[in-house]
Design a protein around this ligand. Structure first.
Ligand SMILES: NC(=O)c1ccc[n+]([C@@H]2O[C@H](COP(=O)([O-])OP(=O)(O)OC[C@H]3O[C@@H](n4cnc5c(N)ncnc54)[C@H](O)[C@@H]3O)[C@@H](O)[C@H]2O)c1
Ligand SMILES: [Zn+2]
Length: 370
């Protein structure tokens, strides 16, 4: 498709999204790597399914390419795996003019992007996201990093890639729960973007086929466009980028209360969006557009696996959330569809009521994707 260009402090970069767009990965990578070495990193599951095909598509002679496979899963976003990447890069004589390409989901792009940011004070890199969440969120915006025992993403850097190239065809092999988690972020974007995005998502769900990639591709583009537009205006999250946290204060609380991994991040965001809508309603925000959006959130809740949630426990967990304003918890709410607003100082009572309402609807609807 072309057309998406992200502004970043180190220069703008293109985002390519489409079915079969890995054909473009070749020219993008060759242009970026020049005559230098290319360090290719793959997520292990992705590598097993598509690694050979991807490597074949990049026409750089083998003597200039070094490849490493990263174990799949959030655990890899650790100091230990990072150290093994540093060892690999240094053992193979990485130079500042070399190029790094990360192929995988958000775990791989966050981790490898951070290794790129910190090796020799910064190596240029590119991202080939292979999960839905990676395509609409994690690979965009230049945030890279790893987890620490004290919490997620606590160590990191802003280090924008030179390009992002997302081949939607790779999603055909993604597990359905990861498809739903990615949809959670698309759903968030729909709330931020407005009725056209909502309508496109409704049409996609009407197909009743998570792998209907022809209908999914325009949704991925729309979501990526929204995020890159916001990130271009606010790379370091001082202002408008905060809106991308719609549904996330609640979502993080849910993830934490359950124990990380029991619900995937994007799954928890779906529930978080419901809670944010309910909180907004208590603050007096109600409109036809928001009602329609609520219906759409409900349709996503139906796709979630069943877990036991407790409102008090989530409340305690989100009280510790790092994204809070100076005076307490910070929520992004929707004043109208497509019109986010930042809310600080929300009453505890309203937060708990929103959580209870969310758990009720989840009990009633959730459980299909167990
Ligand atoms: N940097 C950011 O701005 C940002 C934004 C959102 C999320 N994140 C991070 O992203 C991470 C989550 O990313 P994710 O949801 O992509 O998870 P992930 O990278 O763990 O990938 C999910 C699963 O899909 C597998 N996989 C990858 N591609 C596949 C393919 N094409 N076919 C089959 N299986 C495939 C992986 O092996 C893994 O098991 C979290 O660590 C989160 O903190 C970062
Ligand atoms: Zn998110």
């Amino acid at each position: 498709m072309g057309g998406i260009e992200v502004l970043a402090s180190g220069g703008s970069y293109p985002v390519e999204i489409g079915a079969g767009s890995s054909a473009r990965l070749d020219s993008m990578t060759r242009r970026a790597a020049g005559r230098n070495k290319l360090f290719l990193f793959y997520d292990a599951n992705f590598f097993a399914l598509h690694g050979r095909q991807l490597r074949k598509a990049i026409h750089i002679e083998s003597r200039r390419v070094r490849e490493m496979v990263i174990p799949a899963g959030e655990k890899s976003k650790s100091l230990t795996t990072l150290a093994s990447i540093y060892d690999f890069l240094l053992d193979h004589g990485i130079a500042r003019s070399d190029f790094i390409l990360a192929c995988g989901g958000g775990v791989t792009t966050d981790l490898v992007g951070y290794a790129a940011a910190t090796t020799l004070r910064g190596i240029p890199w590119g991202a080939a996201p292979t999960t839905l969440l990676g395509m609409v969120d994690a690979s965009l915006g230049g945030k890279t990093g790893i987890n620490h025992d004290r919490g997620k993403n606590l160590i990191g850097a802003f280090w924008a890639p030179k390009f992002v190239c997302a081949d939607v065809n790779y999603l055909a092999t993604l597990e359905s729960r990861h498809m739903v988690a990615g949809l959670g972020e698309i759903l968030k974007c729909a709330g931020l973007a407005g009725s056209k995005h909502v309508a496109a998502l409704e049409r996609f769900l009407d197909q009743d086929n998570l792998y209907y990639l022809r209908a999914l591709t325009p949704l991925i583009r729309r979501s990526a466009q929204l995020k890159t537009h916001i990130v271009s205006r606010d790379e370091r999250e001082h202002g408008p980028r905060m809106c991308m946290n719609l549904g996330h204060t609640f979502g993080h609380g849910i993830e934490k209360a359950l124990g990380f991994g029991r619900l995937l991040h994007g799954e928890a965001v779906i529930l978080g969006l419901w809670a944010a809508l309910t909180l907004g309603e208590a603050e007096g925000f109600g409109s036809k557009g928001l009602m329609r959006y609520r219906d759409l959130v409900e349709r996503h809740i139906r796709l979630l696996p069943r877990r036991k949630l407790d409102a008090e426990q989530i409340f305690r967990a989100l009280s510790l959330d790092k994204k809070r304003g100076a005076d307490g918890l910070r929520f992004v709410l929707l004043e109208r569809l497509g019109k986010p607003i930042i809310y600080d100082n929300v009453e505890r009572r309203s937060i708990k009521a929103a959580l209870k309402s969310m758990i009720k609807i989840y009990r009633a609807l959730g459980g299909k994707n167990a």
